[in-house]
Ligand binder design. Structure first.
Ligand code: AP5
Length: 207
């Protein structure tokens, strides 16, 4: 089994972007609860219908739902993996400890103003989940995913109002995980401001 890594940090800090690079370069399987939930919403499943109400307001989907989802996914994986967007509460972190040993937790530090700038100009691929930014990381062809050719879209929770609500939820529910993992001695703090490549280099060095 390869590395078992958690990416931690506020919305827009670059978890998805760096998870994609870790997948491309090190072959770590990327598991994103946000992507799984958005897929369920698109498919109109019972899970999707329930999750949508929380996601649209910037709130968190109930712990038992995401814990069940992640437990099932991780149980099928034999290789190394990177978790993007999970855990997000102390209860989720405690549940994760019961079913897998995490080796590294990488925490990205980025200012609120930069997060808002990143999220309000983000574009996402609905098929392969690659993310772009209209200024920082534009696709080669306007509105089209470089990787799979699908039409890019703007996430409904990427409006400034919902981003601010997500930041509040992050501070109340997810921020305590920094201390949780620091106490375990597996936390690596990384300056999340800088180019995508500079940040990736810091992650590789830290691993
Ligand atoms: P989720 O999809 O996990 O959203 P998030 O945590 O808010 O994170 P984002 O995907 O918005 O940002 P990111 O850190 O991945 O940044 P990215 O790389 O895209 O969750 C959505 C919702 O689902 C939640 O609100 C909740 O309702 C629900 N949910 C999910 N998980 C849950 C859980 N465990 N429990 C309960 N509910 C859950 O980058 C952002 C932008 O910046 C992009 O445009 C990118 O190109 C650009 N960028 C990245 N790095 C840089 C850089 N270094 N410089 C300049 N631009 C950059």
């Amino acid at each position: 089994m390869g590395f078992r890594v958690v990416l931690l940090g506020p919305p827009g800090c670059g978890k998805g972007t760096q998870a994609e690079k870790l997948n491309d370069d090190l072959g770590l399987i990327r598991l994103s609860t946000g992507d799984m939930l958005r897929e369920a919403v698109r498919n109109g499943t019972e899970l999707g219908k329930m999750a949508k109400t929380y996601m649209d307001s910037g709130g968190l989907v109930p712990d038992d739902v995401v814990i069940g989802l992640m437990k099932e996914k991780i149980s099928t994986i034999k290789e190394g993996f990177v978790l993007d967007g999970f855990p997000r509460t102390v209860q989720q972190a405690e549940a994760l400890d019961e079913f897998v040993d995490i080796q590294h937790v990488i925490n990205f530090e980025v200012s609120d103003d930069e997060l808002v700038k990143r999220l309000t100009s983000r574009r996402s691929c609905p098929d392969c989940n690659v993310v772009y930014h209209m200024i920082y990381k534009p696709p080669m062809k306007d509105g089209i995913c470089d990787k799979c050719g699908a039409t890019l879209y703007q996430r409904s929770d990427d409006t400034e109002e919902t981003v601010r609500a997500r930041l509040k939820v992050y501070r109340e529910n997810t921020f305590p995980l920094i201390e949780y993992y620091d106490k375990k001695g597996i936390l690596l703090n990384i300056d999340g401001e800088g180019s995508i490549m500079e940040i990736y280099d810091s992650i590789e060095e830290a691993l």
